[in-house]
Design a protein around this ligand. Structure first.
Ligand SMILES: [Zn+2]
Length: 109
C-alpha cells in the first residue's frame, strides 16, 4: 500500500515509512530499530522529526501523513486541501495506521 506526498504526489510504500526510512537517518542502528517499536505519537517527537527533516521528510500528524519528501522539488509547496484532508483522516483514525493507510489509498492521497 502506498500513500502520497502532499507536496509532490510521490508514492511512498507504507512499510518503507514505518520500518525502513528511519535507518536512512543518522540515528544509530540500535536507536533506529527501537524507533520502529514506538507508539505512533512518540515516533513523531521533535527529535525524530528533526532527523527525518535532515533526509527530506516532513510529516503531519502521522508517519503516514507525508507533507514533504526527498523527491519534492525544492520550492514546491504542500497542497493545502490535501493537507487538511489527510490531517482529518489521521485525527479520526488515531493510532490505527492500517486504517489510515487504507483510507488514504481509497482517496488517492
Ligand atoms: Zn514530495
Amino acid at each position: 500500500m502506498d500513500v502520497h506526498c502532499t507536496t509532490c504526489g510521490e508514492p511512498w510504500d507504507i512499510y518503507h515509512l514505518r520500518h525502513d526510512a528511519i535507518f536512512e537517518t543518522d540515528l544509530s542502528h540500535a536507536e533506529a530499530k527501537a524507533w520502529t517499536e514506538l507508539s505512533p505519537k512518540i515516533k513523531l517527537l521533535d527529535r525524530y522529526r528533526g532527523k527525518f527533516r535532515e533526509i527530506g521528510y516532513e510529516f503531519g500528524n502521522s508517519i503516514l501523513n507525508v507533507i514533504r519528501c526527498p523527491a519534492c522539488p525544492k520550492d514546491a509547496q504542500p497542497d493545502p486541501d490535501k493537507a487538511a484532508l489527510k490531517a482529518t483522516i489521521v485525527e479520526i483514525l488515531g493510532d490505527d495506521e492500517d486504517g489510515i493507510a487504507a483510507t488514504m489509498e481509497d482517496h488517492g492521497l
